[in-house]
Design a protein around this ligand. Structure first.
Ligand SMILES: Cc1ncc(C[n+]2csc(CCOP(=O)(O)OP(=O)(O)O)c2C)c(N)n1
Ligand code: SF4
Length: 531
């Protein structure tokens, strides 16, 4: 359909590219599908696919109910993964099976939006079973459209939980046998055993009568959400002519003759909701919710601590012990952050405290009033497997917790250095847990500080405190967060007195290392850091 002729065109007419416009299109659809240049007049769905019909009804209902500007559509992984090419609403594409969980998060954060989870049967009834069951059980105020075509369409026809007994698929070439693959799953009936959902109906894209019923059900499920009612779920039995190996008309007949007897059409639930209370999260800043006062004053007197550090910094020869005499009375936070956003990647072996170091940095950022994120990544082994995490500290809301090019890399072992050093930009910093770089390692563009953190920590009583040595070095080198905040966070986290002592010393040793070995002759500054 061409741009000028698409929206609201009622009469058939020949467009100048020779394409004849036959039907009008809801303004909830984009006028041009910005897909591949040669395909922008058509959808990516196969002829006769039920997804197109369901899309049409959703768009019409959104339009009729006047919800276009409020609607957020969460699309799945499956043939409908590209629904965002068509719907001119807010679009979020979720990982396979997670659409109802993602929709939950969005609806709770934005209760005034109309949030739709759109899912196929592989997506919803296989990998996403837990998500849908628990969203329904919590009575999330979202609308879920479940397109059941009894097969995995996108990936070429593997068996789905809804595949019929005897139905052939690439993974059940002999036809589904209950003894081997179990029985077809009835998601509507299953969810109807739960107390919270307000509306559950199964409809079908088969004959005209049923298609009109599907249209009404889709509209009703959206209208429920508009009225602020609870969880609404519409299962739509839908043809997949391509994978079923049928002509479109034949596929619709198959829905009527084969699917409906197994999945009877019914309104399983249609009720007024029981009052469950408001499940929207408190719209308050995180530190307030966690009862961390402005600047996290569970941690002690920052001003005095910083002042102390200033005095102490002037007299470094007196050693680490001096810095520890920090009074514990509360006071306001005073730390200026010299960045808009800063990302730190901590990487090493499991057991080196990699993830804990990241958590502490995020906690500290929060205590200093920053927006923070902490994104861990680790293998199945708890010990000795590789682990890394990305921390983002920001003065603004964080768009993504992923940092492909972090400002700082804390490489706690050689493998991490080799793996991640090249990701750090030239103006970035790498803190490497060793006295020197490996001899065969080409120095990266970023500035590298080699610090034998494990050795230093070992001398202080526990090699496990190497992460605190590196934290101290990070704070001293980048001044990203206050050392006093670090002390407060560590004190709250580490309950064993002896261990706490080692951690404190380790933190100071890291700071000292930078002052003594990196910034030789640096003068202490009023903010407590040396320049
Ligand atoms: C975590 C994960 N596992 C598996 C896949 C592969 N995968 C992509 S789509 C799909 C099945 C989709 O089938 P369905 O949800 O029924 O949707 P349809 O394509 O039939 O509309 C699978 C298994 C994936 N992308 N991600
Ligand atoms: S494979 Fe099936 S579900 Fe996917 S677009 Fe084609 S007909 Fe539709």
């Amino acid at each position: 359909m061409t741009e000028e002729s698409s929206v609201g065109a009622k009469e058939p007419k020949a467009a100048n590219d020779g394409y004849e416009v036959i039907h009008s299109k809801s303004p909830v659809f984009y006028s041009v599908y910005e897909r591949k240049a040669e395909l922008k007049h058509q959808t990516h769905y196969c002829p006769g696919c039920g997804h197109g019909v369901v899309h049409k009804f959703i768009a019409e209902a959104v339009e009729e109910l006047g919800l276009k500007d409020q609607t957020i559509l969460v699309t799945p992984v499956g043939c409908s993964v590209f629904a965002f090419y068509y719907f001119d609403v807010g679009n979020v594409q979720a990982a396979h099976g997670r659409a109802s969980a993602v929709a939950t998060g969005i609806k709770r954060a934005c209760p005034d939006k109309i949030v739709i989870a759109y899912q196929g049967d592989g997506d919803l009834a296989a990998i996403g079973t837990a998500e849908i069951v628990h969203a329904a059980n919590r009575g999330e105020k979202i609308t879920v459209f479940f397109v059941n075509n009894a097969i995995y369409g996108m990936t070429g026809g593997q068996m789905a939980p809804t595949t019929l007994i005897g139905q052939k698929s690439t993974t059940s070439p002999w036809g589904r046998r209950p003894a081997n693959e179990g029985f077809p799953m009835h998601m509507s009936e299953l969810l109807a055993t739960l107390q919270a959902p307000v509306y559950i109906e199964r409809v079908a894209v088969s004959d005209n009568k049923n298609i009109m019923k599907a249209r009404r059900a889709i509209r009703k499920a959206l209208d429920n959400q508009r009225q602020g009612l609870g969880f609404s779920f519409v299962e739509i039995l839908s043809p997949c002519p391509t994978i079923w190996g049928m002509e479109p008309v034949e596929a619709r007949q198959w829905v009527a003759e084969k699917m409906i007897p197994v999945f009877p059409l019914n309104a399983f639930r249609d009720k007024k909701p029981e009052p469950l209370g408001n499940n929207a999260p408190p719209q308050r800043p995180v530190p307030e919710v966690l009862e961390i006062e402005d600047g996290g004053q569970r941690t002690g007197n920052r001003e005095q601590q910083v002042g102390n550090r200033k005095q102490q910094a002037g007299n470094r020869e007196q050693g680490i012990g001096n810095r520890e005499k920090v009074p514990g009375t509360p006071g306001p936070l005073r730390h200026s952050h010299h960045f808009q956003q800063m990302t730190i990647n901590v990487a090493g072996f499991g057991g080196q405290g990699v993830l804990l170091l990241g958590q502490l940095l995020a906690e500290m950022g929060m205590r200093e009033g920053l927006a923070v994120s902490w994104l861990p990544s680790y293998g199945p082994e708890m010990r000795s497997g590789s682990a890394h995490c990305t921390v983002c500290l920001s003065k603004e809301r964080i768009g993504s917790p992923v940092a492909l090019h972090p400002d700082v890399l804390i490489a706690m072992n050689e493998i991490s250095l080799r793996k991640f050093a090249s990701h750090v930009p030239a103006e970035g910093i790498i803190l490497y847990n060793h006295a020197s770089l490996p001899s065969d390692f080409t120095p990266p563009e970023a500035r590298v500080i080699c610090i034998p953190a494990s050795e230093i920590a070992d001398k202080l009583g526990s090699a496990k405190a190497a992460n605190m040595v590196l934290m101290g070095a990070l704070l001293e080198e980048t001044e990203c967060l206050s050392a006093a905040t670090a002390l407060g966070a560590i004190e709250d986290k580490v309950k064993k007195v002896a261990l706490l002592e080692i951690n404190r010393k380790a933190l100071e040793a890291g700071r000292d290392f930078v002052d003594r070995e990196v910034w030789v002759g640096a003068e202490p500054q009023p903010d407590g850091f040396a320049y």
